[in-house]
Every structure is written in structure tokens, then in C-alpha cells.
Ligand binder design. Structure first.
Ligand code: SF4
Ligand code: SF4
Length: 215
């Protein structure tokens, strides 16, 4: 992601950057496949809908959480948003703490949102014969798109394939988004301190809280 380019350059060679690079490769592949599929079948969510974020709290992997945490820490200049996630560490029920109704896209980390959030409304599952089947989101009233599709030629992004790729990036158990992002924030802050102590002379002061690189 362009927004995290400077972060990746500054901390090149670290565990977090290695992981984030792999996550972004999966996201890029998904976006490409998703764009082709949704264009081909006119699949789209109605403007302004955010019901999935209101009724859902995603489970995310360590890798997805590192991407989201780096975005929150270094791109989004919003300490109150970070506090909101950290104070929701014990939250187990929706809505997602990153959902904000009156903002574009609603999601406060939209460019760094987890895999499942990218798949909402525009992916397929495999049926028992391995065929890709798409079913319209039950909250989507759009009547110009198919209710259900069995797809043989234009393959849509399949949930299982992308989930497998994301899960294979890091071995830690997945957790609910607030817990996973809080743990990832801690890891990145620790990395920044270590990098400050052992990295190049012009690295970040180890006593500083990370400052946004692109605010
Ligand atoms: S991370 Fe963003 S897209 Fe995903 S559930 Fe939360 S607000 Fe919605
Ligand atoms: S996936 Fe469904 S609930 Fe989510 S934005 Fe699209 S139509 Fe709305």
C-alpha cells in the first residue's frame, strides 16, 4: 500500500515489514480478482451501506493485525482512534470499533482493512463439488445484480483460497480485531524502540511514541 511505503522503507528487514509485504501481496491479488468479478457481473453494495460492520466483529490473524496497526500508528494521525481500539480489547460483540457511520467508506482503516472485510458482498464459496458459488449479501437490496450465481468461467475471489493464504503468513492464532490490533500495536511499538536503540543513527527516538509518517 502506498500509504505504508515510508514505514516499510524505514523498517526494512524487520519481522513486521516482512509480514506486511506478504499481506499486501494477498490484498493486491484479491483486489484485482474482485474488480474483474464485480465488473463482469455488476456486483456492488448500495451506497452508504455499512450493515456488515455494524453487525460483525472480524477475527483477524497476526499478519492482518500488523498491517492495520502500522496503518493506525503511522498513517492515520488519530490517537483517539487508537485509544478506542485499545480500550475495546475485551470487546467480543459488534459493532466493529473502527466503524464510523458518517464517514466515507465508514471504515477508519479502509486501505488496511482485513481480508474478510474486503470479501464482504463480493466473493464466492466453493460448493461440495468444488464449483464457485456467489450469493448476494442478505442486506443488499440492489435488484440489478444476481441473487445467486454458479460460476465456471469468470472465477470470483474464493473465500477459502484467500483465507488459506492469509493464515499461512504467520503462525499465531487469530483473534477478534480489537485484541489482535492491540497486540500488534504493542509489537510495533517494541520494534520501534529496538530499532531506535540498535538501528541507524537517524532512527526514531526510543522514548517516543511512533509518529505518523504520512499524516
Ligand atoms: S475493520 Fe473496517 S471494514 Fe472491517 S468490520 Fe471493522 S469497520 Fe468494517
Ligand atoms: S456486504 Fe452487505 S452489509 Fe456489507 S456493505 Fe455490502 S450490502 Fe451492505
Amino acid at each position: 500500500m502506498e500509504d505504508l511505503k515510508e514505514f516499510c522503507k524505514t523498517f526494512e528487514g524487520t519481522y513486521a515489514v516482512e509480514i506486511i509485504s506478504q499481506v499486501e501481496e494477498v490484498y493486491r491479488d484479491l483486489e484485482r480478482q474482485s474488480e474483474e468479478f464485480t465488473t463482469c457481473y455488476s456486483i456492488h453494495c448500495p451506497p452508504g451501506c455499512g450493515t456488515c460492520c455494524e453487525k460483525f466483529l472480524p477475527d483477524v490473524t497476526e499478519a492482518e493485525a500488523l498491517e492495520a496497526a502500522a496503518y493506525l500508528l503511522f498513517v492515520k494521525n488519530a490517537p483517539e482512534l487508537l485509544d478506542k481500539v485499545l480500550t475495546h480489547q475485551t470487546q467480543e460483540d459488534p459493532p466493529c470499533p473502527l466503524y464510523m457511520e458518517n464517514t466515507p467508506f465508514h471504515c477508519q482503516i479502509y486501505p488496511a482493512r482485513p481480508l474478510i472485510c474486503r470479501l464482504f458482498g463480493a466473493c464466492a464459496n466453493s460448493d461440495k463439488n468444488g464449483a464457485a458459488v456467489f450469493r448476494k449479501c442478505k442486506y443488499n437490496p440492489t435488484d440489478s445484480m444476481p441473487l445467486s450465481l454458479r460460476i465456471d468461467d469468470q472465477r470470483p475471489p474464493e473465500m477459502e483460497d484467500f483465507a488459506l493464504r492469509i493464515h499461512s503468513i504467520s503462525s499465531e492464532e487469530h483473534q477478534l480485531l480489537p485484541q489482535a490490533i492491540s497486540a500488534a500495536v504493542e509489537k510495533i511499538q517494541m520494534m520501534v524502540r529496538q530499532f531506535g536503540l540498535f538501528g541507524p543513527e537517524n532512527s526514531i527516538d526510543p522514548d517516543d511514541t511512533p509518529t505518523p509518517l504520512a499524516s
